[in-house]
Design a protein. Structure first.
Length: 275
């Protein structure tokens, strides 16, 4: 894989365009000691990716010429949103990095009753910008051309009542990762995958039967939204509020997973079952 760099909407990806790379991408190319004629790939984060050729290496800027598009789809066949009570310290950074690598569509950071990390105002805005940069870096590494959304921090209570929750609820399958009485994720997935994937395929794929995979693309189905708590989990009141709004309690097994492990486990099962 060629070196890949996210350029957003800072430059045109129209073939034949000759332009200077954005500062961040230019610094990376300089660190790699690339020379004129070297090839790189540029993506805008919305799914468009093109090969480009370095035409000039300067001390302050790097010039490139955009060439043809790169047609590789590395997105999951279903959109998965993780709505998470933010874990403390650096665990949220690692969680976003791994979720982006695994194909998450969007991440909704939440403040819950038991949250250790509580963000609002300017501090929350700075954290979201930082997490967006973490997601971009993970996409550069993993080959994704679509950068996951990292949404603004909200309280769980406001999110469940707000427009974002309403949109997610109407568009997808909603599961609360629970330590209480719940249906297994494997059983819950039956019949919920892309239209061309049968219930039996989903069950076998979630069980680890690779023989069901054909490698062909499948129509996109309604997305999945997983709600998980911070350290200590969701409170009983919070979980009941979600269940009362039409969510289903989902279990990942008999073991108690950390706040930064559970959503990644759910995302991994989705990828294994439907990709």
């Amino acid at each position: 894989m060629l070196p890949r760099f996210h350029v957003g909407d800072e430059i045109s990806l129209l073939p034949g365009t000759v332009c200077a790379l954005p500062d961040g991408a230019a610094r990376h190319v300089q660190v790699l000691r690339m020379q004129p004629g070297g090839l790189i790939q540029l993506f805008d984060g919305q799914g468009r990716e093109h090969q480009a050729r370095v035409t000039e290496m300067g001390r302050k800027q790097v010039m490139v010429e955009v060439e043809g598009p790169v047609v590789v789809n590395r997105e999951l066949p279903v959109k998965v949103t993780l709505a998470m009570g933010m874990p403390a310290n650096d665990r949220m950074d690692a969680l976003i990095e791994k979720a982006a690598e695994l194909g998450v569509y969007a991440i909704q950071p939440l403040v819950c009753e038991r949250s250790v990390l509580r963000l609002d105002g300017e501090r929350a805005l700075k954290k979201v910008a930082h997490w967006h940069a973490v997601a971009i870096s993970a996409c550069e590494q993993s080959g994704r051309a679509v950068v996951p959304q990292v949404r603004q921090v909200q309280t769980l209570q406001n999110w469940l009542k707000g427009d974002a929750a309403t949109l997610e609820a109407s568009a997808g399958h909603k599961g609360v990762l629970s330590l209480r009485d719940a249906v297994s994720l494997r059983a819950w997935l039956v019949g919920k995958g892309p239209a061309a994937l049968t219930a039996g395929d989903a069950f076998n794929a979630a069980s680890g039967d690779a023989s069901q995979s054909t490698g062909t693309s499948r129509p996109e189905s309604p997305g999945f939204v997983f709600l998980s708590g911070p350290e200590g989990g969701l409170s009983e009141n919070e979980e009941q509020a979600a269940l009362g709004a039409g969510w289903t309690a989902i279990t990942l097994g008999a073991r108690v997973l950390r706040a930064d492990t559970a959503p990644l486990a759910a995302l991994s099962v989705i990828g294994a079952a439907f990709e």
